[in-house]
Design a protein around this ligand. Structure first.
Ligand code: ATP
Ligand code: MG
Length: 541
């Protein structure tokens, strides 16, 4: 049980909130979600499931300039793909009128005032945490004047930045967020939902707690950087005498070799360092989906990481481990040769073709079997052959033996080279009695290699990905460097591989294991005549 569950269970025993558990996931629709958000989604939705409660999806759309419906749509798609469904979909902008009325209420109680100072004067007045700040010269306006000015702010009489509404709390708290925080700013901007209906917008701190309150949220879970905002969250709920959800903070997820900020991910997209938000190298949920991660592997990862109270960095290998664990169970096996060299079996009849029986998934008998054509000329992996090999090399060598998976044991008799000295053909003999499945076929060899029949194959573009950054902490802005200085120039390598002929776009499975290589999935760029595969992860770390 993690510390959040402990809090919830204590609340349930004390019959707090009429024994309800209601969480929410509150993204700002200003970019695509990343694996850090996935962590928060899994946490909020799983708590609701575990305690028979509800979890809302609330778009925190109080920043009209940066927000867009494109992001709203992608966020919904990502949460659904992860396997969660929200009890209700809300927008902070749904509550703009209520928030405005509450602001008038606070003005009426002498708890808020309109400040005409510039942004700079306001932050100067706030001062430093060790000394009390200076009160604004506008702080003691009458309630009537404040109400009049605030109404005129709403009516659009003043230009952007000319005035703000501030809460009248005090100027001496050591917590700077409590020194007469700004509640509203003037912004003549088009909002993706409310259009030009509003030209004043609430600040995060004024909006968030009240939105939670309106929805009857019981536990408002957020990341540690909001801990210092909590007194303000509590202050507004108390001042307005409204339902008071409990804000609980946990450590945000950080991953090695990854950046996790929408703003920076947006920069990668805008500067075309990647193919888009869903580039398979991106830590976005859409990128991981395109890369071939299963929803389950991401949920397992989030659970395995657990809930911490202190910031730390999780090894990206853990995410890949979770992907392998799940893909091993669900991916269909197929043979693909990514770096091909020709293998000719000289004693195999020229015009013969046999169908070999291959297992689709040894972990799942229901996945069945398929027929793979075998013939005299095959493609095998260049790395599976060495002319001269040391004792540790168990695969094919001149004079040595290997098994061709699902087929025969062969022995290599020699090679043909081109003028540059590169091997162009490997010649071999096969032993008919060693065909897989025959009772005499239990002859031992040290290695089994994969292959595709040269006359029964198709080519495909295979995209191999490496980490997007060359250092474990690309976001650690040391020595004036930025994350852009650590981009790995070799993070994408494109190969032309040979695949089993039967693979096709129409009947393709969502996940494949290319035997002995790794897990792959079909990319959205694929067409019926040009297959494109993404490598998700290798078989082993
Ligand atoms: P970013 O800094 O990447 O833009 P954000 O916190 O501004 O992220 P929001 O859309 O405001 O993004 O976040 C929605 C929810 O997801 C918030 O509750 C936030 O705390 C949570 N969240 C964001 N990043 C992480 C993370 N790395 N780990 C866990 N939770 C996160
Ligand atoms: Mg945010």
């Amino acid at each position: 049980m993690n510390f959040i569950e402990e809090i919830i269970e204590k609340d349930l025993t004390e019959k707090k909130n009429d024994c309800r558990v209601h969480t929410r996931f509150p993204p700002e629709p200003n970019g695509y979600l990343h694996i850090g958000h996935a962590k928060s989604i899994c946490l909020n939705f799983s708590l609701a499931e575990k305690y028979n409660g509800k979890c809302n999806l609330r778009f925190d759309d109080t920043n009209p300039v940066k927000e867009d419906v494109e992001y709203v749509d992608s966020i919904k798609e990502d949460i659904t793909w992860l396997g969660f469904s929200w009890a209700a979909e809300y927008y902070a902008s749904d509550y703009f009128e209520q928030l405005y009325q509450w602001a008038e209420q606070l003005i009426g109680e002498g708890l808020a005032y309109v400040d005409d100072q510039t942004q700079e004067e306001i932050s100067q007045g706030r001062g430093v945490p060790t000394k009390p700040g200076i009160e604004s010269p506008y702080r003691n306006r009458s309630i009537e004047e404040n109400l009049d000015l605030f109404r005129r702010m709403r009516a659009g009489e003043f230009p952007d930045g000319s005035r703000v509404l501030r809460a009248k709390i005090g100027m001496s708290s050591p917590n700077m967020h409590m020194r007469d925080p700004i509640m509203y700013r003037i912004l003549h901007a088009d909002h993706h939902r409310t259009g030009n209906r509003w030209c004043i917008y609430p600040m995060y701190d004024y909006a968030h707690g009240q939105c939670d309150s309106i929805e009857g949220i019981t536990h408002s879970i957020c990341t540690l950087e909001f801990e210092i905002h909590r007194p303000l969250y509590d202050w507004f709920c108390e001042a307005l005498h409204i339902h008071h959800p409990q804000q609980i903070e946990f450590a945000r997820l950080n991953l090695s070799y990854t950046i996790m900020s929408k703003r920076k991910l947006m920069q990668l997209v805008k500067e075309k360092q990647v193919m888009g938000w869903d580039d398979p190298r991106m830590p976005t949920i859409s990128g991981l989906r395109r890369r071939g991660f299963t929803p389950k592997s991401i949920r397992t990862f989030a659970e395995t990481v657990g809930i911490a109270k202190r910031d730390n960095i999780i090894d990206v290998n853990l995410l890949e481990f979770c992907a392998r664990e799940d893909l091993n169970k669900v991916a269909l096996r197929t043979m693909a040769v990514l770096d091909p060299v020709k293998l000719i079996i000289d004693n195999y009849p020229t015009d013969q073709m046999e169908q070999m029986q291959a297992t689709n998934n040894p972990e799942d008998p229901e996945a069945g079997t398929r027929q793979v054509p075998f013939s005299r000329e095959l493609w095998i992996e260049r790395a599976d052959f060495r002319e001269v090999a040391d004792k540790k090399f168990y695969r094919l060598t001149v004079g040595g033996e290997v098994r061709l998976k699902y087929a025969y044991i062969i022995t290599c008799t020699g090679v043909v080279k081109n003028e540059a000295g590169e091997i162009t053909e490997i010649h071999a003999q096969y032993f008919p009695e060693t065909r897989s499945g025959l009772s005499e076929s239990n002859r031992k060899v040290k290695a089994t290699i994969h292959w595709v029949s040269a006359a029964h194959t198709q080519t495909a573009e295979i995209r191999l990905f490496d980490r997007l950054f060359t250092v474990p902490e690309p976001d650690n802005d040391e020595e004036g460097k930025s994350f852009l200085d650590y981009i790995n120039p070799d993070s994408l390598i494109v190969k032309n591989g040979y695949l089993e002929e039967s693979l096709n776009l129409k009947t393709a499975a969502p996940y494949y294991q290319f035997e002995r290589i790794g897990y792959f999935c079909i990319d959205k760029d694929a067409t019926e005549t040009h297959l494109v595969f993404n490598k998700t992860v290798s078989l082993k770390q």
